[in-house]
Design a binder for this molecule. Structure first.
Ligand code: GUN
Length: 291
């Protein structure tokens, strides 16, 4: 069984980017600059944003964190977005999701300048991705594609079952896996909470991408011998025995599923770090287009 190591792959790719930054950003050329907007105090969002800022430092980017309370109005958030759009020093930025319920996520996405939309959530970028045109791809699916690519996992003609249909992961990874690309060219089934005979569908998968947000949902009797399993889930499980009182588990029952697979991502240390590396790659693209 091959462990698809997102920590190792990320550090290799980040070093490659760091080399490009050092070579390119000398004399009068400033470094790439990513901004992150964090609303409220959702603990998971705080961790993700902290890791994104840390990754910027690792590769030599400048970064800016804009933190506002959950009571922010939509107008105030739109004003922040306008100032980021207008700021020539900012190459790309993200608005960390989820947003408080009183804020219209779609309106926020629409306000982001597509050229700075390094999350790839603006309909312009999402549409271009669906058409197979160059654009920013959402970070998690892009990170998965980078991981499959680096490990040379064969996807051509394979049956890929995507569990979950979110805008952030399920829908875009299904699109990317079905495109005539390498990796890609797969036959894709999108399954979700309303899917009948889910177990049987999973049993017919060469590749399973689990992005449901349900801890250890994928059990060993759902997985064919020799399948490739990509686990996007990051769930906290009570664990009185550990120092923090919890441990992180994915959407896959890793201990029982892993021995059956050809390759599998661990949680943590699989898709998570790749997501951030994809964001770093997108920020490089947003920056480099200008020079
Ligand atoms: N929340 C969960 N994943 C993501 C992501 O990739 N980008 C943003 N902005 N928010 C998220």
């Amino acid at each position: 069984m091959i462990l698809l190591d997102g920590n190792h792959t990320s550090s290799v790719i980040r070093k490659e980017i760091q080399v490009k930054v050092t070579q390119f950003c000398q004399n009068d050329v400033r470094s790439p600059h990513l901004a992150a907007v964090l609303i409220g105090d959702n603990p998971a969002s705080q961790t993700y944003v902290r890791n994104k800022i840390r990754a910027c430092e690792e590769v030599g980017y400048a970064s800016t964190l804009i933190r506002k309370p959950a009571t922010i109005t939509q107008e105030e958030l739109l004003y922040i977005i306008k100032s980021l759009n207008d700021d020539p020093q900012i190459d790309g930025y993200i608005v960390q999701l989820p947003l408080p319920r009183h804020i219209d996520e779609h309106a926020i996405n629409l306000a982001i300048n597509p050229e700075k939309d390094v999350d790839g959530f603006h309909p312009y970028n999402f549409g271009k991705m669906a058409l197979g045109l160059p654009s920013f791809h959402p970070a998690t699916p892009m990170g998965i594609m980078m991981l499959l690519d680096r490990y040379q996992i064969e996807t051509d003609g394979k049956h890929c079952v995507v569990l979950g249909r979110s805008n952030i992961v399920g829908t875009p990874i299904a699109l990317l896996m079905s495109k005539k690309t390498k990796p890609g060219n797969a036959t894709v089934t999108i399954a979700h909470s309303r899917t009948n005979q889910l177990k049987e569908i999973c049993q017919r998968a060469d590749i399973i991408i689990a992005a449901l947000g349900i801890p250890m949902f994928v059990k060993s009797d759902m997985v064919r011998e020799g399948a490739v399993v990509v686990d996007v889930g990051i769930n906290k499980m009570d664990d009185p025995g550990s120092a923090r009182g919890y441990r992180l588990v994915g959407d896959v029952d890793f201990p029982n599923v892993a021995p059956k697979t050809f390759a599998i991502t661990p949680v943590p240390g699989g898709v998570g770090p790749m997501t951030i590396t994809a964001l770093i790659e997108n920020t490089w693209k947003a920056f480099y287009k200008k020079w």
